[in-house]
Design a binder for this molecule. Structure first.
Ligand code: SF4
Length: 580
């Protein structure tokens, strides 16, 4: 198969603090992002390793289409063994580092080893000339925004950055990896958030990665004419079709719908609806744009969806971006915090310290539920985030996530699967999504395969979960953002034009299934067993919904095992949209 030639990858050894650029294997051409990360981890990482030890492997892999002119295709996957779940993890982010790495022809960065002195900090500089590890002790402990402001003084305007905050440096299990967005200020606002991969980056001693693509052009496809026509046609259809309106006001616009469906968890998920849905509704954020400024923007170059809101404070100054549905739910409703502005403050703090807002919101709610803090105490929550940044004993327990603080508080209600907090979308009304949480290699992660269909009959759950997981695995390997909602036929068309040869339906479906198989196999080697596929007891004991229609997790044990057996492929698989 022909296509972009001369692809390379960067291999970094943090034990010796050296980096080398090597050819990218031809056999991996159709693998990018999540699927590439899974293959490298399966082949090169001992699944039984300590996730924070030298044996873990950190992979940073843009999608197959990143760096090209395909719309909304520049996402980057971070992969490694998760300190939170103990299994494989992929978390992806927007921003520009994925685009920039691929413009330079670097298909991935693979980081191994660990410095002998855990007190030292390093950085990786990536340019067209190669990659080198440099000292970065001067940036130790810096919060993400201050770090990027400082780096902007010494790096070119064309550089983008991948970084961690103090949470990653302290190796906290809820730590995220930040990517800078495409704005000229380069806000570190796009996070590969889930699974604690920021702690893995911290354990490697890497504070940041700078990628300077200079004036490198976009990646040239083998069949330029076909690729350009495809990109233009796809963008036109998107802008003129029904998908254009879906994320016009960002994911936060979903709040009223989620509340109606009893999947807007309140007070550590004792209820599925919040009395504060109106004040947490994304419409309030949109209303603020007129007076304060801010608005909707694209987080990375080439995104046509522009789902990301930029939130300003009452004085018209930038506060945070993007304030998402999941964040409004976990840090807002789930903690009974009623004001979207307080949630915006908490979101900014999480981005600064480098924390997953879902895991952190779930941990705060458990702390409140166990009597540590009054429900709705937003100022108290902000103080606790400062404690996480300081690394106090309580701060570390919270920064290590929901299970950690639940254990410390000896609390019964800990809504987590495989060590990772359940996101907003609730498995009690959304059973097929619940099967995804049980069987996904990622633990409880809605981006692995979300199905928002509360009335779905039981006989459809297994297929729905398996197909959603497969489609999302391909999407997360392509570089496309899930909010573009591409389907498998779209993706194979782009791959075909990129490489100048048709990609069959069978091939593209196999990419997705093989990705899942690689990840499940890694987890089996890490010790995961069928008996681990369980929903926490509180999901079965505490129902949500109106009095006459309370729903709980009452799915018979064993059904979920069907997701692991590949079902016969049906036509509909190829036109299903990726969902997140
Ligand atoms: S759709 Fe939203 S999250 Fe996705 S790349 Fe565009 S702005 Fe970023």
């Amino acid at each position: 198969m022909s296509g972009p030639s001369g692809d390379r990858m960067i291999r970094v050894d943090m034990t010796s603090q050296t980096a080398a650029v090597v050819p990218f294997p031809e056999a991996w051409k159709l693998l990018g992002g999540r699927a590439l990360s899974a293959r490298i981890l399966l082949e090169e990482c001992d699944a039984s390793c300590d996730p924070l030890g030298p044996g873990n492997v950190l992979v940073m892999a843009p999608g197959v289409l990143s760096g090209t002119a395909a719309p909304t295709s520049g996402r980057i996957s971070m992969g490694g063994k998760s300190p939170l779940t103990g299994g494989i993890k992929e978390a992806n982010a927007g921003g520009n580092p994925g685009q920039d790495l691929m413009k330079l022809g670097y298909r991935c960065i693979v980081v191994k080893g660990q410095p002998s002195d855990s007190g030292r900090r390093y950085a990786l500089d990536v340019t067209a000339d190669g990659a080198r590890v440099v000292e970065a002790d001067a940036y130790k402990g810096m919060w993400n925004y201050a770090l990027i402001e400082e780096l902007a003084k010494s790096y070119s305007r064309t550089a983008s950055f991948i970084s961690i905050g103090p949470a990653g440096e302290m190796r906290l299990k809820g730590a995220s990896i930040a990517c800078t967005d495409q704005e000229k200020e380069r806000h570190p606002a796009r996070h590969a958030a889930r699974g604690g991969l920021g702690a893995v980056m911290g354990s490697k001693g890497i504070k940041y990665v700078a990628v300077d693509a200079g004036r490198s052009p976009v990646r040239q496809p083998a069949d330029r004419k076909a690729f350009t026509a495809l990109s233009k046609g796809y963008s036109k259809d998107f802008r003129e079709g029904p998908k254009a309106g879906m994320f016009k006001h960002g994911t936060s616009a979903v709040v009223p719908v989620a509340n109606m469906l009893n999947t807007f968890p309140y007070k550590n998920r004792v209820e599925g609806q919040s009395p504060d849905a109106k004040t947490l509704d994304g419409a309030r954020i949109v209303e603020s744009f007129a007076e304060r400024g801010g608005g909707m923007h694209n987080c990375m170059t080439g995104c046509i969806v522009q789902c990301s809101n930029v939130v300003h404070d009452a004085d018209g100054n930038y506060k945070t971006s993007a304030l998402e549905f999941e964040t409004l739910t976990l840090l807002g409703a789930n903690c009974a915090i009623a004001s979207w502005e307080d949630v915006a403050d908490l979101d900014r703090l999480c981005d600064e310290v480098g924390l997953d807002t879902i895991e952190t919101g779930a941990a705060l709610a458990i702390y409140m539920d166990s009597g540590g803090l009054e429900w709705g105490d937003a100022e108290g929550a902000k103080r606790l985030l400062a404690e996480i940044a300081e690394g106090t004993e309580l701060g570390r327990a919270l920064g290590d996530g929901a299970v950690s603080i639940g254990r410390k508080r000896n609390h019964r209600r800990v809504p987590a699967v495989k060590g990772q907090a359940i996101p907003a979308w609730d498995p009690r009304p959304l059973k097929a999504t619940g099967l995804t949480y049980l069987t996904s290699p990622m633990g409880a992660d809605h981006t692995a395969g979300l199905i928002v269909n509360p009335g779905m009959p039981q006989e459809q759950w297994v297929r729905a979960s398996q197909e959603a997981q497969l489609v999302n695995a391909v999407c997360d390997s392509s570089g496309f953002c899930q909010f573009l909602q591409p389907n498998l036929d779209d993706i194979r068309d782009f791959y075909g034009a990129l490489y100048g040869e048709a990609v069959s339906r069978e091939q593209i479906a196999d990419v997705g299934w093989q990705c899942l198989e690689d990840e499940w196999e890694f987890n089996r080697r890490a010790g995961w067993q069928p008996q681990d596929d369980v929903m926490p007891a509180c999901m079965a004991e505490d129902p949500v919904g109106p009095e006459n229609a309370r729903v709980r997790w009452d799915v018979p044990k064993g059904i979920e095992q069907g997701v692991y057996q590949r079902l016969e492929t049906r036509e509909e698989l190829f036109t299903m949209k990726a969902t997140g």
